[in-house]
Design a protein around this ligand. Structure first.
Ligand code: PLP
Length: 358
């Protein structure tokens, strides 16, 4: 089946096959990678290769550190202010959907969180223009959600924030197109969309930002300590790290982020085209200029058709299309691992369903 789940999301078939083949014994180690010590030579090699490949894939400059974490993107959202802001200091949040709101909520106990711009009144169908943002002059950082996974709203230009570092949540769009990381103080992502398995996340951070004192915190919540310990201050999620490594390697083998950018643009265009040409049978309400290339939420003109749509789609091998409960309707998540054939199959199904029910 083609799996349109928003996350955990579909993984490339070659990655799953390699993981299957290596499940019982990793190389000649006499045990599975999931059974071996994270301090042993086999896992250390996996971890180092993964970082090297990720650096290559995303063109990460040397003056940016890469930290692998557990606890998901949400934990990173809570640790950002503890690591990069002083107690009571302002931090600016640009809220363009559900996940921006979550980031704000996680930060509130630790900083004077300021909502610099908010798309909620407009139902998160657009991104407030940069000129309308109310930034604090002394903010520790400005936080944006590069791609809102639920609302299907994506920044297509990186906003300027002057001397204040920009922090971007790229959970659902990392590695989907080339990105100039130097425009950010930090970017982060849970892995379970474009980087592979759930259970591990990645923080890419300017080493200068890491110099900040931040606020009192336990060692385990301290990104400097994590970096010093090579992301192994405690037992890391080694299986997930290994899977992430396989996924990153697969993306490099396929041609890297430029190739995925081209594929993703084509995939998104196919779906939005079916929606826009359906004469109102399907609709996506997001302003065209900021429509997500990764998550395409859409509604049928009659809610009574939702159930038959999902049932018939599943029977045709098109699964996990049910929209997030906050929005209802449908959502097709079309990350890097979703082949163009999968998107074409969905587009064909949508047209056929309309012909039979329109
Ligand atoms: N940010 C974005 C954009 C997301 O899509 C998600 C999860 O779907 C999260 C944050 C939360 O990630 P996690 O579940 O890894 O904490």
């Amino acid at each position: 089946a083609f799996n349109f789940s928003a996350g955990p999301a579909t993984l490339p078939e070659p990655v799953l096959r390699q993981a299957q083949a290596e499940m019982l014994e990793f190389g000649n180690a006499g045990a599975s990678i999931v059974e071996l010590s994270h301090r042993g030579p086999e896992f250390i090699a996996v971890a180092q290769q993964t970082e090297a490949d990720l650096r290559k894939l995303l063109s990460i400059p040397d003056d940016y550190a890469v930290i692998f974490t557990s606890g998901g993107a949400t934990t990173i959202q809570a640790l950002l202010p503890l690591n990069f802001a002083e107690a009571g200091q302002a931090a600016d949040y640009v809220v363009t959907g559900h996940w921006g709101k979550t980031a704000l909520k996680q930060a509130k106990p630790y900083v004077a969180a300021n909502v610099a711009a908010n798309g909620e009144a407009g139902g998160y169908r657009s991104i407030p223009a940069r000129g309308e943002w109310h930034l604090s002059p002394d903010a520790a950082y400005v936080h944006i959600t590069a791609n809102e996974t639920i609302h299907g709203v994506e920044f297509r230009d990186i906003p300027e924030t002057g001397k204040v570092p920009l922090v971007g949540d790229f959970s659902s769009s990392i590695a989907s197109e080339p990105l100039d990381i130097r425009k950010f103080g930090a970017i982060y992502a849970g892995a379970q969309k474009n980087l592979g398995p759930v259970g591990i996340s990645v923080l890419i951070v300017d080493r200068e930002l890491l110099e900040r004192a931040g606020q009192p915190r336990a060692d385990i919540f301290d990104y400097r300590s994590q970096l010093k310990a090579e992301s192994m201050l405690n037992t890391p999620p080694s299986w997930n790290w290994y899977m992430l490594g396989l996924t990153v390697k697969w993306m490099l083998d396929e041609g890297g982020v430029a190739e995925f950018a081209a594929r993703n643009a084509r995939k998104a265009a196919v779906l939005y085209d079916v929606i826009d040409k359906s004469g109102g049978f399907y609709r996506n309400e997001v302003e065209a200029a900021v429509r997500s290339r990764m998550n395409v939420p859409f509604f049928l003109f009659d809610e009574a058709l939702d159930k038959p749509f999902l049932k018939e789609a599943a029977a045709a091998g098109l699964i996990s299309l049910k929209g997030h409960r906050a929005l209802g309707g449908m959502r097709a998540s079309i990350y890097n691992a979703m082949p163009e054939a999968g998107v074409q199959a969905l587009a064909d199904f949508m047209k056929d369903f309309q012909a039979r029910n329109g």
